[in-house]
Design a protein around this ligand. Sequence first.
Ligand code: SAM
Length: 284
Amino acid sequence: MEDYALGYTDTERERLIRQAGIIAPITERLFREAGIGPGQRVLDLGSGMGDVAILLARLVGPSGEVVGVERSADSIARANARVAAAGLRNVNFLNSDVNNIVAEEPFDAAVGRFILMFLPDPASVLRSVVQLVRPGGAVVFQEPSWAAMLALVTGLPLWSRVRHLIHETLLRSGANPEMGIALYRVFQKAGLPAPKMHLEMPLGSDADFIRLTSDLLCSLRPLAEHHKVSLKELGDLDTLPDRIGAEVAAANTVVSLIAVVGAWSRKPATADSPRDEPLARQRK
Ligand SMILES: C[S@@+](CC[C@H](N)C(=O)[O-])C[C@H]1O[C@@H](n2cnc3c(N)ncnc32)[C@H](O)[C@@H]1O
């Protein structure tokens, strides 16, 4: 699991949860647009702390079901505790690599957020995931576009350096910071119709918002060292959030957290499998 760029420290897990809180409305809008709703059975790839699975569980309701796939057993333990604390009974996590998902029943939809960017061959994973979705079912992913974020750093030299050094570290680690835009091609390579897509960027200026990015840098620090990306020019990382905050306040502006590209498409019906209706209705 060492090859997962962000790693599994407690700080990184907390960062994911805080980030998820800000992105949740964007993710929910995309899921609703793709038709995810009551009674559906949904697969969530790379479920991490369970935030996407919890959001889905509320959308599909008690008659629906969510299966999250995550390869870190510790993350699953944490996600299970959060699901229980939320009083939800319709979520299960599968401790598996997304390359080897085994499911006995098909899904109405397969989704994932910030997972394909870390996979060496996202199209092949998506192609096998599409096999698990019923004809007419939705395939819905959210991935970043760093190019969109790097366009918004002018006039903020420290912030710009932080952004560029994170970007460089991700690139050298083999992750794809432009996976969001690449979804257009990856969906088609996986045999899906070209997806509907849009891009949203949460913007902010307060200390908690800025801290999410300096915490991301801290999660990536071992990887930066490994790939010889020097963070020395940033000075003391403990004071970095305050110094970025002062820079943003002096410019009286906002910065982006992440540029979230959403993409969704439907699995076409074929002569072999012409059925195009929700599984709940098929079961009746
Ligand atoms: C950036 S986190 C995103 C978590 C969650 N989807 C969210 O948006 O909050 C990526 C997650 O994918 C998991 N992951 C990465 N590669 C994986 C793989 N090949 N199979 C299963 N899970 C994987 C990591 O363990 C991590 O929990």
